[in-house]
Design a protein around this ligand. Structure first.
Ligand SMILES: CC(C)(COP(=O)(O)OP(=O)(O)OC[C@H]1O[C@@H](n2cnc3c(N)ncnc32)[C@H](O)[C@@H]1OP(=O)(O)O)[C@@H](O)C(=O)NCCC(=O)NCCS
Length: 165
């Protein structure tokens, strides 16, 4: 491991979400476990190619949450110009409501810089996720009509920081 990678890993693993859970960079080797959680978590799951593309972007932040028994959650965030886009976050069903997703998002914000703006889309029906984003400071800022092609559901657009016009 390079000195820089060692330093980044030290930062990411410095603050455990809770005892026994650590957060570190997501790697290609994690993708089989990621896909298993992804397919159980979403009606229209991402493909392997979508994760590979995001992991290949040097400016992105992709994080894993793990316990001794393996991967329990992940987050994928991309940067376009000066704005971060939270593209994907999921936690294995048995590990939910224990602060794992909130810990992943806080770790992402620490790494991006706490003053950075961040946006995301979430299904209008996904009340639990919307509640979580609101608790973390995201605010609703409009809708994308029929954004999700599997059921024509609208997306709620949320922003952390000042929304773009
Ligand atoms: C949404 C998801 C990522 C949340 O992960 P999690 O690790 O359970 O979330 P956390 O434990 O960090 O939740 C933090 C807070 O958010 C809120 N929250 C999270 N899930 C909630 C739910 N299902 N219902 C209501 N509030 C919820 C709560 O306020 C929670 O704090 P509390 O448990 O002390 O009340 C998880 O449910 C999941 O993987 N869902 C399927 C995939 C998905 O919908 N991803 C988001 C796509 S935009």
């Amino acid at each position: 491991m390079s000195e820089m990678a060692a330093t980044e890993n030290a930062i990411l693993t410095g603050e455990p979400v809770r005892a026994g859970v650590s957060i570190r960079r997501l790697t290609y080797a994690d993708l089989p476990s990621v896909l298993a959680i992804e397919r159980r978590s979403f009606p229209a799951p991402w493909s392997l190619a979508m994760f590979v593309l995001e992991l290949s972007k040097p400016s992105g932040i992709c994080l894993a949450a793990e316990t001794e028994s393996g991967l329990i959650g992940y987050l994928v965030c991309s940067r376009y110009a000066d704005i971060w886009h939270l593209m994907n976050v999921a936690v294995d069903a048995e590990e939910r409501r224990r602060g794992v997703a909130a810990g992943l998002i806080e770790a992402m914000r620490d790494q991006a810089g706490r003053d950075q703006r961040c946006t995301l889309e979430v299904r209008i029906s996904n009340a639990g996720a919307i509640r979580m984003y609101e608790r973390l400071g995201f605010r609703p800022a409009g809708r994308r009509v029929r954004y999700y092609h599997d059921n024509n559901e609208d997306a709620l657009i949320m922003w952390l920081g000042e929304p773009d016009a």
